[in-house]
Design a protein around this ligand. Structure first.
Ligand code: HEM
Length: 456
């Protein structure tokens, strides 16, 4: 029986009664898709092959000697929690449409990928996502990338070693077109943050029973079917048991100085005073810096970061409809759009991103997010979110404005902000805040099953 990807019940992956097909699925799936892998330190290698046999042998070599399965990863997490040893580094592979062609798959073959966004590649979709022209992207991304190799670990040492080893194995015919390195940042509470200083990565679709069981779920159900991220791998020996996932990668530069000026100016223009000034930034993100959802509270405050909430009791007077987390997950509908975000921040800071230093000491470039997310459909998840939610000023209700964090396109429409949290008193029409996140390049990949990679 093929694995039922639409099963709504979270996967009890280590249950003794797990059926053989599901086991085979987990043994052949890459890690970091169903559950986030530790990747405090990351290296991303973007390569181009140029020789079918050598490209295949290179990927097969990585898959057989360095990659673990999703099941092995889950066992490592379980053992680590029980004090039985540390995990091993994460190595993942994504192949682009052009990469599959270069590995010898025919045009007809590549049509087996159901996702037209993947089949087009990112450069041909810029109009849909509102992206800058390709000539403005960073050089490596302007070129034809065939594959990305992702290396991640809690420590920098193993990542550096694996990077060296993998680069040594790159055949003469192949080229390293570019590389990125990411490393996590944390606030004083130990939560992961992004460069604007806000807790990130908290809200995720969960697929595994042990993860779902740990979450309260009165107002928001964090459990999602595998169909949100998995599809049969069309080129694997047995696509009914061998799965993969579409991976979107985007390098998103953040102008932190400009964003901090915007927070300050918005607080000034709304006349926010004292602790209430933090609400300016929270209205843009939808959460306070410490992760507190703005729809729940007028100010941030202690405790674990809450994710059990929805916007049902919020007409926009608490969290504006434009707030990033509301735009990208309205929560009362659109569950099939939700993707598994697995990005990491890049760039070094001399300041402390989580403190209250003035904008002048903040970086205006060279830092940002290596946005990555796994999808079962790039068309109806990532691209849909970007095009129809973030970039659409009339979503979710007319006059909402763009997503202030990731929205792209002219922000002509004027918007209003709640002056007092939860009260109907709105500001006069206010210009939308300027764009502070710039797309510097990216590509769409497919993270194939290990069965495919080992058989190359
Ligand atoms: C959540 C920041 C890019 C989709 C968040 C959160 C922050 C954040 C601070 C709240 C933490 C959480 O709820 O997990 C950023 C920054 C970005 C960026 C600074 C760019 C530099 C994107 C992109 C997308 C996206 C490109 C998709 C097109 C989401 C989604 C959530 C989220 C779906 C979770 C919403 C929820 O389930 O409540 N982001 N993000 N983000 N972001 Fe982003």
């Amino acid at each position: 029986m093929p694995v039922d990807l639409n099963n709504e019940r979270p996967l009890a992956w280590d249950s003794a009664t797990l059926d053989a097909d599901t086991k085979a699925m987990l043994d052949n799936l890459q890690p970091n898709i169903l559950r986030a892998h530790v990747r405090e330190h990351m290296s991303l290698l973007f390569v181009r092959f140029n020789d079918v046999a050598e490209g295949r042998a290179f990927l097969r070599g990585i898959a057989t000697t360095r990659m673990k399965s999703a099941r092995r990863h889950l066992e490592e997490v379980r053992d680590f929690a029980a004090g039985r040893g540390r995990g091993t580094p994460y190595v993942g592979i994504g192949i682009s449409k052009a990469g599959y062609r270069d590995l010898g798959h025919t045009v007809e073959d590549v049509r087996k990928f159901g996702d037209e966004v993947f089949r087009d590649g990112m450069k041909r979709r810029i109009a849909r996502a509102g992206d800058p022209p390709v000539e403005e992207w960073e050089r490596p991304y302007q070129r034809e990338i065939h594959a990305v190799i992702l290396i991640g670990d809690a420590e920098p040492g193993p990542v550096a070693r694996l990077r060296e080893e993998i680069l040594d194995e790159l055949p003469e015919s192949a080229r390293l077109l570019g590389e990125e390195s990411g490393h996590g940042m944390r606030n004083r509470a130990g939560d992961g943050i992004e460069h604007f200083g806000y807790v990130d990565g908290r809200s995720q679709p969960l697929f595994l029973k042990d993860e779902v069981d740990r979450e309260p779920k009165q107002h928001w159900d964090p459990a999602f079917p595998l169909s949100n991220v998995l599809v049969p791998d069309p080129f694997a020996p047995d696509p009914s048991r061998h799965h993969g996932s579409y991976l979107v990668f985007r390098k998103l530069e953040q102008n932190v100085r400009a964003f901090k000026e915007i927070e300050r100016d918005l607080a000034d223009s709304l006349g926010l005073k004292g602790a209430d000034r933090d609400r300016a930034g929270a209205m843009l993100v939808g959460r306070f810096k410490d992760g507190t959802p703005l729809t729940l509270k007028p100010e941030g405050g202690g405790g674990p970061v809450v994710n059990d909430f929805n916007f049902d009791a919020d007409d926009g007077s608490k969290c504006p409809f434009s707030g990033h987390v509301r735009k990208t997950n309205p929560r009362s509908f659109g569950r099939e759009v939700i993707m598994a975000r697995r990005g990491q921040t890049y760039g070094d800071r001399t300041d402390d991103p989580s403190d209250d230093s003035p904008p002048e000491v903040r970086p205006s470039g060279e830092v940002g997010l290596l946005f990555m997310a796994f999808n079962s459909s790039l068309l109806s998840q990532f691209e849909f979110t970007q095009e129809f939610w973030a970039d659409t000023p009339d979503f979710e209700v007319p006059g909402t404005g763009h997503d202030p964090i990731i929205g792209q396109g002219a922000r002509d429409l004027k918007v209003t902000f709640p002056k007092v949290w939860g009260k109907p008193e709105m500001s006069p029409p206010h210009a939308q805040v300027p764009q502070t996140v710039t797309m510097k390049g990216g590509e769409y990949f497919f993270a194939p099953s290990l069965a495919y990679l080992r058989n190359l």
